[in-house]
Write a protein that binds this ligand. Structure first.
Ligand code: ARG
Length: 412
């Protein structure tokens, strides 16, 4: 039997050409794998048929939308996952779920190699290949754009010569990756980082400068994940989809950053993630009232480490799993409701309500009848400030004055 290669197939020009390109270069049969992670566009059936028409011996398609929402987006929400405090990991979390299906397809169709359409300059090649090595250590990896000199020009030429059923004239100046958690846009004139994004860059969001009237939504969470919107029960996928529409209509979740790629390059990225950003804003506030102070402070550093691991392609790593266990445990009481106002590009928390809240009105109130014993504060402050006071007394003793500079008395 001829050896086989499974190819991560999107249905677009480059991966359609890659089917024949890889087959010619390696003499192996190509199995196309298409995974729906909520990117929209053509139906899986259309994509499957095109793969076969372009020469794939088999086509494996998977509707992974719920799997992606439940097992990839929700952990990201629990971790408030924002790389460099801004990017909600849109592409970074889709690679592992696609990888899972690639490895399953390789096993099902007896393939020894996995191929993907990434270039040699990005994070996605790392995420795919580290994931593949981890889930299928016996599998080899190949990337036609990186390893078999498949350029855009050659792809167009090849598609026209072989009459492939794919548009070659539509010229999109950007490189786009999208799924239900958000959309990433790069290259073209955006590579000049002084250039502002133009209207045609955006698809998930409307211009926030001309918003419709405010939209107020109440999100109910159970242990860190959304379970209802305005009292209507929703799946995780529905919560994200509905908030993509509602927050997107208000221009919420547009992000423009220069980010540090794992491969050492700084790159300009435009993202739009209306649902994700609205959910993260709400989730963070619910954590503010349900996590104990020290737990909340420590979780921030865990969240950041989790986010960097995931960005860096370590989804299936032991440390990522360990941090998941910590984060999951913290979510035990992150249940309740957050009322958000979506308007003019912002998702603003207006109200919070939770049976498991640590907010105690009787402790916090300045009205009569509060339960906080203010007289205890004096003793607390004396002891809390004692070590500093003792150090300051030493400065007095040696230099005749206390040190206000914070630099120590260097004039000795
Ligand atoms: N820079 C982002 C990341 O590494 C987005 C990559 C999107 N990929 C693309 N082909 N546009 O997660």
């Amino acid at each position: 039997m001829t050896d086989r290669i499974v190819l991560a197939y999107s249905g677009g020009l480059d991966t359609s050409v890659a089917i024949g390109w890889i087959a010619e270069a390696t003499g192996q049969e190509v199995v196309a794998v298409a995974v729906d992670v909520g990117q929209g566009g053509e139906s899986l059936e259309t994509v499957r048929q095109r793969a076969l028409d372009c020469g794939a011996v088999e086509a494996y398609v998977a509707d992974a939308r719920h799997e992606f929402a439940d097992q990839y987006c929700m952990p990201t929400l629990k971790a408030n996952g924002l790389y460099m405090d801004s990017y909600p990991l849109v592409s970074a979390i889709s690679r592992p779920v696609i990888t899972k299906h690639l490895v399953a397809a390789a096993q099902q169709f007896g393939a020894s190699t996995v191929a993907h359409g990434c270039t040699g300059k990005g994070n996605d090649q790392v995420r795919f290949e580290v994931g593949i090595q981890t889930l299928g250590p016996e599998l080899k990896c190949i990337a036609p754009v990186r390893d078999l000199a498949l350029t855009r020009e050659l792809a167009i030429e090849y598609a026209e010569k072989h009459n492939l059923p794919i548009e070659t004239t539509k010229k999109n100046p950007f490189s786009i990756d999208q799924n239900v958690w958000g959309r990433a846009v790069e290259t073209g004139f955006l590579e000049d980082i002084w250039n502002g994004p133009t209207k045609d860059v955006y698809d998930y969001t409307e211009d926030p400068s001309f918003p419709p009237s405010p939209d107020v939504v109440t999100i109910t969470f159970d242990q860190g994940v959304p379970v209802a919107l305005d009292g209507q029960t929703v799946t995780a996928l529905e919560a994200i989809e509905q908030l993509n529409r509602r927050a997107g209509a208000q221009g919420v979740g547009r992000i423009d950053i220069v980010e540090d790629r794992l491969v050492g390059i700084k790159s300009r990225e435009i993202y739009e993630a209306p649902g994700a950003m609205a959910l993260i804003a709400a989730h963070r506030e619910l954590e503010n009232i349900t996590l104990e102070r020290e737990q909340a402070r420590f979780k921030k550093t865990v969240d950041q480490r989790w986010t960097e691991l995931v960005y860096d392609g370590q989804w299936f790593s032991p440390l990522k799993r360990n941090l998941d266990a910590f984060i999951d445990e913290t979510q035990k009481y992150v249940s309740g409701e957050i009322r958000l106002e979506l308007h003019g590009g912002r998702a603003t928390v207006q109200g919070r309500r939770s049976e498991t809240s640590l907010y105690d009105f009787n402790l916090a109130t300045y009205d009569a009848g509060d339960a906080f014993d203010q007289s205890s504060a004096r003793g607390f402050i004396d002891i809390f400030g004692l070590s500093s006071k003792v150090a300051s007394q030493r400065e007095q003793r040696i230099h005749g004055k206390p040190d206000f500079s914070g630099l120590g008395n260097l004039d000795r």
